[in-house]
Design a protein around this ligand. Structure first.
Ligand SMILES: NC(=O)c1ccc[n+]([C@@H]2O[C@H](COP(=O)([O-])OP(=O)(O)OC[C@H]3O[C@@H](n4cnc5c(N)ncnc54)[C@H](OP(=O)(O)O)[C@@H]3O)[C@@H](O)[C@H]2O)c1
Length: 260
């Protein structure tokens, strides 16, 4: 039976680059997202350029029962030994100026869906006993509370903390858990999240390709939590050294310069 890596949110940005990175390392792939045209384009490119199998599942992960349907469809293809929970959304605005529906969608896509997919695929991984990985794409927002991104920050903090805790449960099994926390990345995320990045922000952002490649390396190196980029890691160290309130307010006053 063939093994596959499944990636959510593979139609653009970091997820797409992770797919290309894994294909270059000879992993068979199942790509999940809503935009079928993008998935067709990417699977065609991957099959042409790399000697791997590449399938796709068109799914709105916010739809009822979506995680179960993805799971059922994926295990028909073969053994899943890599799950990448990458699909995610955010919305930058005041708490009360953002619709409740948006808040709910952020919590569901960033927290509930990765938890459910991990629940389903970890049982499958424990059963097949082959060395397996679950990689979660969180964010620096999981560690630094950010004004006007409160629900996004909270949803990513949940994901990181849940996976950090689950790590101990799976530590002595065949499943390795890794959570990555990127800072700014140049993708479609900003536009969808109502963000208008300044020149300063773009200058300090990373490419999706670099973030994907560093994240996949961290996963195979079995790192529990990986902050993407030395610059971001330095800020993280500051958070650990400085009093919490001082760090949070200083970070938020600097963060203001990242958006118009
Ligand atoms: N860009 C940043 O600055 C940044 C920083 C830190 C963390 N992150 C995290 O990185 C991850 C990837 O984001 P990105 O920057 O690569 O943004 P992106 O280019 O907008 O990619 C988001 C992906 O999620 C998919 N997606 C969105 N809603 C979905 C839904 N309801 N059902 C299924 N798939 C859905 C999108 O595909 P479809 O639209 O085709 O469904 C797309 O493939 C996210 O979890 C994000 O929170 C991003």
């Amino acid at each position: 039976m063939k093994s596959f890596a499944i990636i959510t949110g593979a139609s653009s940005g970091i997820g797409k680059e992770m797919a290309l990175d894994l294909a270059a390392q000879s992993h068979n792939l199942i790509l999940v997202a809503r935009r079928e045209n993008r998935l067709i384009e990417l699977t065609t490119q991957i099959k042409q350029d790399f000697n791997v199998e590449c399938e796709y599942i068109v799914k709105d992960l916010l739809a009822p029962n979506a995680a179960n349907e993805v799971y059922e469809q994926a295990i028909k293809s073969g053994r899943i030994n890599i799950l990448i929970n990458n699909a995610g959304i955010g919305y930058q605005d005041k708490f009360l100026d953002t619709s409740w529906e948006m808040h709910e969608n952020i919590i569901k896509l960033n927290s509930t869906v990765p938890t459910q997919l991990s629940y389903l695929f970890s049982a499958h991984m424990l059963e097949h006993k082959q060395s397996s990985h679950i990689l979660n794409v969180a964010s620096l927002a999981a560690i630094f509370p950010i004004k006007n991104l409160s629900v996004y920050s909270g949803s990513k903090a949940y994901l990181k903390h849940m996976m950090d805790s689950l790590y101990f449960e799976f530590k002595d099994t065949n499943i390795f858990l890794t959570t990555v926390s990127p800072g700014g990345v140049i993708t479609e995320f900003a536009e969808n999240a109502n963000q208008k990045p300044t020149e300063f922000a773009n200058k300090h952002s990373k490419s999706a390709r670099d973030v994907a490649s560093l994240s996949i390396k961290a996963m195979f190196a079995k790192k529990r939590h990986y902050i993407v980029g030395v610059d971001n890691y330095m800020v993280y160290l500051l958070k650990r050294i400085l009093p919490e309130n001082l760090f949070n307010s200083t970070f938020n006053s600097i963060f203001k310069n990242f958006f118009h």
